[in-house]
Design a protein around this ligand. Structure first.
Ligand SMILES: C[S@@+](CC[C@H](N)C(=O)[O-])C[C@H]1O[C@@H](n2cnc3c(N)ncnc32)[C@H](O)[C@@H]1O
Length: 192
């Protein structure tokens, strides 16, 4: 329950950066992570872990040798996440710097990237910079999953993001609408 209030507090402080009033629900976490084949991944990253509910789903699916790290911009969120999940490496950094963070960990390529970033509230330049960093970090055939809230998909930022994914990835697939989420959401499954 504390996660819900914590995220709401963070949303009120930084609405555009946080972009969510409640943690992702169980079905959304499953839809984001099931498809990534994390059991076979040697390296994986999460962008914008927030309260860590998706992080927990990732950890459950990763094999024990997978080099996994999370990238979170807000220092207070990082601190809380690190306290709750000491086994996870949480980097207090901007998702734009994903490639540099991989290099610092001696990771040549990531097999999978999961994102909880609020794309619809980001300017086009930031969307582009982060997606470029994701593509630079993935090999051909590498997998990327993220989500959009239904209401965000009709905003200019949401429309731009959908077009950007279709332009940059070789395959983009949309899940069915996850109505049992606050707010309802869809998952984008993308292959480089
Ligand atoms: C929608 S919340 C994540 C929600 C999370 N999936 C959950 O269920 O708790 C988005 C998170 O992305 C973080 N964030 C926003 N912009 C970022 C950036 N450029 N780099 C890294 N993290 C960022 C925010 O601080 C916030 O914690």
């Amino acid at each position: 329950m504390y996660k819900r209030w914590f995220l709401l507090k963070k949303f009120l402080q930084h609405p555009l950066q946080v972009g969510a009033i409640a943690p992702s629900g169980e079905i959304l976490c499953r839809e984001l992570t099931d498809w990534l084949e994390l059991d076979k991944a040697a390296a994986a990253a999460e962008l914008g872990p927030g309260t860590g509910v998706v992080t927990e789903a990732i950890i459950r699916r990763c094999n024990s040798k997978c080099d996994f790290f999370a990238v979170e911009l807000d220092p207070e969120i990082c601190r809380l996440l690190q306290e709750n999940m000491p086994q996870v490496c949480v980097c207090n950094a901007n998702a734009c710097d994903l490639k540099k963070l991989c290099q610092a960990r001696n990771i040549e390529q990531l097999d999978a990237v999961v994102s909880g970033l609020p794309w619809a509230s980001f300017p086009a330049s930031l969307q582009q910079a982060i997606i470029d960093a994701v593509l630079e970090s993935l090999p051909s055939g590498g997998r990327f999953s993220t989500f959009a809230y239904l209401q965000g998909m009709v905003l200019p930022g949401g429309i731009h993001f959908r077009k950007l994914l279709k332009k940059k990835f070789s395959h983009v697939e949309l899940s069915a609408i996850i109505w049992k989420n606050l707010p309802p959401a869809v998952v984008y499954r993308c292959i480089k």
